[in-house]
Design a binder for this molecule. Structure first.
Ligand SMILES: *Cc1c(COP(=O)(O)O)cnc(C)c1O
Length: 376
């Protein structure tokens, strides 16, 4: 339990969600400043954040570039899709959940040609089929996939897919929104041209912006491709490079919080240490949930340690709304399901939470089930 949740008389609920997440007190306190968007201190802050993001991705500046973009994670995805697919390009979207579908939705809204390979939400994509598609459809210029599909918590084989995408000479976009900073990933080795994540997921900052790690030579080749002014990725990068500033009002407070969150990630021991804490949260949770009789939606071998989907108990007295409300009253926020073909709810393992928080949640779940007279 982190004392950050008790500030002057109020106690925040613990967020077992996919974001926004529980953050540390010190991350919240970092926002108690007013910085001008052209202030030297602010420009320095942005520069340091961009450098630290490249280091987290295990890449050097010059090889990759870090671009910060106002808005939530989806704005970063839309910035990449709208600014980097050539006018006559075609995007192959690999889908096994809602976030893959969203990338496809963005591309079709922008009138970009697309192809899709869609799989059930509890299955990882078929690598052989991806290979055949790349070999036969030579009009595909770009491939997009989600790393951790937060719909279910499944982890997709981004490295294996990347190797194939590179073998066929296409560009590669990865939505690593809910995994970056907590699931080790080497951008260059995976052949990633554009990786997108956001401030309020595994880095444990607050919402307000997304970021893109872009392979420099791919980015520089996109001149004139942008289909939007505010989401123009290359123009945003040029602005940041020219004077260290955002083109339009930056989320100064969210950036202050994010910088502090990056320092705390380093103090914790980096990506490996954060992965270990989230994995401990996950293991504590599934052990307790299984002991109560809950069933996971995914097979254990496909399940990541970011978020887990559980099937609704089949007992007639179970109602998710009631279960959610009673947990909420006790100070625990869980998340509704997003799976299209099964009734599930989700519990996240990310954010400033520890196995002790998970044990408290498990105790609350036991109490709530008893009150509701639900037997599993
Ligand atoms: C959270 C998330 C997003 C972006 O969601 P926003 O609500 O726009 O921040 C995109 N993809 C995945 C996989 C996510 O988990």
């Amino acid at each position: 339990m982190d004392e950050s949740r008790q500030i002057a008389g109020w106690k925040d609920k613990v967020l077992f969600t996919p974001g926004p997440l529980t953050t540390s007190r010190t991350v919240k306190q970092a926002m108690l400043r007013d910085l001008g968007s052209r202030d030297f201190a602010f420009i320095h802050l942005v520069k340091e954040i961009r450098q630290r993001l490249l280091a987290l991705g295990g890449v050097a500046q010059g090889e990759y570039e870090a671009i910060l973009m106002q808005g939530s994670g989806t704005f970063g995805i839309e910035a990449v899709i709208s600014s980097t697919i050539p006018p006559e390009g075609k995007l192959l979207v690999i889908i096994n959940g809602a976030y893959g579908k969203r990338m496809h939705h963005i591309a079709t809204t922008l009138k970009i040609k697309t192809a899709t390979l869609e799989y059930p939400e509890n299955r990882t994509p078929d690598l052989q089929e991806i290979e055949t598609t790349l070999a036969t459809d030579t009009t595909i210029t770009d491939v997009a996939v989600v790393h951790c599909e937060t719909t279910t918590g499944i982890i997709n084989p981004v490295s294996e897919i990347g190797t194939m995408v590179k073998r066929y000479g296409r560009r590669y976009i990865v939505d690593a929104m809910s995994s970056f900073g907590a699931v080790p990933l080497h951008l260059a080795r995976c052949g990633i041209d554009y990786l997108v994540s956001s401030a309020n997921k595994c880095i444990e900052g607050v919402p307000g912006f997304s970021f893109v790690l872009a392979k420099r030579d791919s980015l520089l080749a996109t001149e004139g491709y942008a289909r939007s002014v505010s989401l123009d990725l290359l123009a945003q990068w040029k602005g940041l490079e020219a004077n260290g500033q955002f083109r339009f009002t930056p989320p100064t407070h969210a950036l202050l919080a994010f910088h502090q969150a990056l320092l705390e990630l380093e103090e914790e021991g980096g990506v490996e240490a954060r992965a270990a804490r989230y994995r401990a949260n996950y293991e504590t949770l599934i052990k307790g949930m299984r002991a109560m009789g809950f069933q996971e939606y995914l097979r254990p071998e496909d399940q990541g340690y970011i978020i887990t989907s559980f099937r609704y108990p089949s007992h007639p007295k179970f109602s998710f709304e009631e279960f959610y409300r009673r947990l909420n009253q006790r100070g625990y926020v869980i998340y509704p399901g997003k799976v299209s073909d099964a009734d599930c709810f989700r519990i996240g393992h990310i954010g400033r939470i520890f196995p002790s928080d998970v044990r408290d949640l498990l105790a609350a779940i036991r109490e709530v089930l008893a009150e509701m007279e639900v037997k599993l």
